[in-house]
Design a protein around this ligand. Structure first.
Ligand code: 5GP
Ligand code: ZN
Length: 139
């Protein structure tokens, strides 16, 4: 898409620090890294977000993910890695070309705080059963 920042990165109109490329995907350094080695993996086919991603694009994207993740792991010896993908403004998406964040983790002092505040009490088994059914009905 001509006015898309990440499409411009793929076609070289905007410079980036490439770490990997194949026929289907492009991986490059996030310009505002959360930790050392924070990399973005994107499909070469423009799609806005996960909701609009064709199955084949997803297949090709995830086929490359372990390769890039393992290169980051081999380079910096992180103790873990968060993969993250924001879809929609309310989820924190700021660039509307799908991207998978590969964020290596080091230790509790790596500066990144990911908080999971479980609301398990609000979702007992009966409610969860109903919710699962509602999702299944829409597949
Ligand atoms: P989002 O918030 O949409 O999940 O993530 C967008 C990411 O793209 C951010 O982490 C941001 O640092 C990164 N980013 C935004 N503009 C550029 C750019 O021009 N070059 C690179 N390499 N990364 C960018
Ligand atoms: Zn794009």
């Amino acid at each position: 898409m001509s006015d898309c920042l990440f499409c411009k990165i793929i076609n070289g109109q905007i410079p980036s620090l490439k770490v990997y490329e194949d026929d289907h995907v492009y991986a490059f350094m996030d310009i505002m890294p959360l930790t050392k080695g924070h990399t973005l993996l994107i499909p070469k086919t423009h799609c806005k977000d996960l909701f609009e991603m064709p199955e084949e694009v997803a297949r090709n994207l995830y086929a490359a993910a372990p390769k890039v993740a393992n290169a980051i792991k081999a380079a910096f010896n992180p103790t873990g890695m968060n993969t993250m993908n924001n879809n929609g403004e309310s989820a924190g998406q700021t660039v509307f070309h799908y991207h998978l964040h590969l964020i290596p983790r080091y230790d509790e002092k790596d500066g990144l705080k990911v908080e999971w505040n479980s609301r398990q009490a609000e979702f007992p088994t009966e409610i969860l059963t109903e919710i699962a059914g509602q999702i299944r009905e829409n597949l």
